[in-house]
Design a protein around this ligand. Structure first.
Ligand code: IYR
Length: 205
């Protein structure tokens, strides 16, 4: 058990948020397998309040990029406020998101306010953000295990995703997970490599 836990940590500690993607295609079946892993997540009343709109069409990717960049331009022009922009300085992000078109997949994740354990039900969902967050974490781990790079992208607001992905207004876009192969020579900011030690993130009482 110990060996497996350590081995899994060795795997996961090499995950990086990648912002330069290759055009190298990724077969849909691989994404399907990763989404199946996400679908194993625990959720409030087991209602599984998530939906993964996996966008591979170049036209739709362009639409999403354009809408996201419009929001990001406002964000970086000052909407974010100085404290937030200062916090992002060491990561070096800006409003240009070319990877949203180069990466083969944009997995648009939606949180369902209503649903139920069975498809087609219309009951109240519970612990929606917790559940969708856990499913997203599992999806990212599955992608990493499969050898895919990912990036969590959260344009704000991102209601435009409902129209582009054909999702009902009762679903709230949660985040976009960009997935694919890293571009040759892709770099990550040094800042992102600093992970807090166990003593800073856990206590044993
Ligand atoms: N959504 C923006 C801004 C951004 C916000 C946080 I908090 C980050 O950790 C990284 C970026 C963007 O994608 O550029």
């Amino acid at each position: 058990m110990r060996q497996r836990a350590h081995a899994f940590h060795e795997t996961m500690r090499t995950r990086r948020s990648v912002r330069a993607f290759s055009v190298r295609p990724v077969p849909q079946g691989l994404i399907e397998a990763c989404v199946r892993v996400a679908g194993t997540a625990p959720s409030g009343a087991n209602h599984q309040p998530w939906f993964f709109a996996c966008v591979g069409s170049p036209e739709k990717k362009r639409e999403i990029r354009e809408a996201a960049e419009a929001e990001e331009r406002a964000f970086y022009a000052g909407k974010a406020g100085t404290e937030w922009l200062d916090a992002l300085t060491p990561i070096g992000t800006d409003a240009d998101k070319p990877y949203m078109e180069t990466a083969p997949w944009l997995i648009c994740i939606f949180a369902q306010r209503r649903g139920g354990a069975e498809a087609g039900e219309d009951r109240k969902n519970y612990y929606i953000h917790e559940s969708v967050g856990i499913a997203t974490g599992l999806l990212m781990a599955a992608c990493h295990e499969a050898g895919l790079a990912t990036l969590v992208h959260t344009p704000n607001p991102m209601n435009f995703l409902n129209g582009i992905c054909g999702r009902p207004a009762t679903e709230k876009p949660f985040l976009i997970l960009v997935a694919g192969h890293p571009a040759e020579g892709a770099m990550v900011p040094k800042h992102a490599l600093k992970k807090k030690p166990l003593s800073d993130i856990a206590d044993f009482l």
